[in-house]
Design a protein around this ligand. Structure first.
Ligand SMILES: [Zn+2]
Length: 384
């Protein structure tokens, strides 16, 4: 095998030269700034404290370039089934940028997130659905589904879980999202799925917020949440739009491990379309009781679309239990998690011991989306 030749060998000397060149360029720019404005140049400290200013500034420029390219490709090849092959490299570029430990603090990442969420909101504000359902994927496990008569939100959050100033969506944008919806379903108590301000706005507008009892427990708002029965396969009625319409709802009594109640909500719209959102449902030995109902869902209910976290253990078994017509995974690149747990679009499935690759090869169609993308689901969807 031929030895690989570096096109730009990085000896300490050349590195030093290029650094010096950039440093003098930067000094020139700063001097111009100083002369033009008659004040001292501000020096921003690096976002990544292990880098110097030039190295850190490079990572911002790289993030900008990668996100621009990814965004262009994703716009050119929107989600559909079968998935366009062009989408995968664009999603992998997102992984590369979003697995910087400090991604949520980088201005290009914040702009990318906000711009996409604002574009999705504008689309939502002008979208009327005649048949089937339009499904928007928002941050983390946030999804909004609109049919001809109803709009339902799941785990809608601004992004405070990234714990980074400037990352979470401005309240004004999130308020407009809430204005578009009829009801909110919160799967469980964790901060990447619950946003109290969002829940409050739903309630202030007289719209139901359905959650398990652990969500916001002990806070005044908890008494205003709707706690439907956590009971496998049992249909309950949730009145929405000031009582004008109703959703049929099954709240499967799920868990994220043993201690966290996780509502797995199956929503049946007035059109008879059904959507199951899994929140952070996860089952590991020895706590496997939830499979008693997971394996049986399809015997009781038709499921159009399943919305699981991409890292769900035994995701293929779960898909077989729900037997959906389409799977739309979520929860990739939650920036509040350490990078080894910020599950990427490329999967990391061997290390995480997931059956996600098997799901993708199975009879179940899977469409992978990112922040702000939407997909129109029709019962005419042609599958394998
Ligand atoms: Zn989560």
């Amino acid at each position: 095998m031929p030895t690989k030749k570096l096109m730009h060998p990085r000896t300490p000397e050349t590195l030093g030269h290029s650094r010096q060149r950039r440093a003098s360029l930067l000094a020139g720019l700063l001097l111009t700034f100083t002369c033009a404005h008659g004040e001292s140049p501000r020096t921003n400290s690096p976002i990544d404290p292990h880098l110097n200013g030039l190295e850190d500034a490079y990572l911002n420029r790289q993030a900008e370039a990668f996100l621009l390219q990814a965004g262009q490709t994703l716009r050119q090849f929107p989600p559909r089934y079968p998935e366009p092959t062009e989408r995968l490299p664009a999603l992998l570029l997102l992984d590369a940028v979003l697995h910087d430990v400090h991604a949520a603090a980088r201005p290009p990442v914040q702009r990318f997130y906000h711009t996409r969420m604002e574009a999705a909101l504008k689309a939502m504000e002008t979208t009327r659905v005649r048949e089937g359902a339009t499904i928007w994927k928002l941050y983390n496990m946030g999804f909004i589904i609109r049919t001809r008569t109803v709009t339902v939100a799941f785990d809608l959050v601004r992004g405070d879980s990234a714990r980074q100033a400037g990352f979470a969506l401005p309240a004004e944008i999130m308020d407009r999202y809430v204005d578009q919806c009829d009801a909110l379903f919160i799967s469980h108590r964790h901060g990447d799925h619950v946003d109290e301000a969002v829940a409050q706005r739903f309630l202030d507008q007289g719209k139901p917020v359905v959650a398990p009892p652990q969500v916001l427990a002990g806070k005044p708002i908890a008494t205003r949440l709707t706690h439907l029965k956590r009971e496998a396969h049992t249909e309950q009625v949730l009145r929405i739009q000031n009582g004008r319409r109703e959703l049929k709802v099954v709240i499967y009594p799920g868990h994220q491990m043993e201690r966290t109640e996780n509502n797995v909500a199956l929503i049946i719209t007035p059109e008879g379309l059904s959507f199951a959102h899994l929140g952070d449902q996860i089952n590991e030995p020895p706590f496997m009781v939830d499979y008693a109902w997971i394996d049986e869902v399809a015997r009781h209910h038709h499921v159009d679309v399943l919305l699981p976290a991409s890292w769900t253990n035994e995701i293929l078994r779960i898909a077989q239990g729900f037997h959906p017509r389409l799977v739309l995974p979520g929860h990739e690149n939650e920036l509040g998690h350490p990078i080894d747990d910020r599950v990427p679009f490329w999967g990391d499935a061997d290390f995480l011991q997931l059956t996600y690759p098997e799901l993708k090869r199975s009879v179940y169609p899977v469409i992978v989306m990112t922040w702000g993308e939407s997909y129109h689901y029709s019962r005419n969807l042609k599958t394998k």
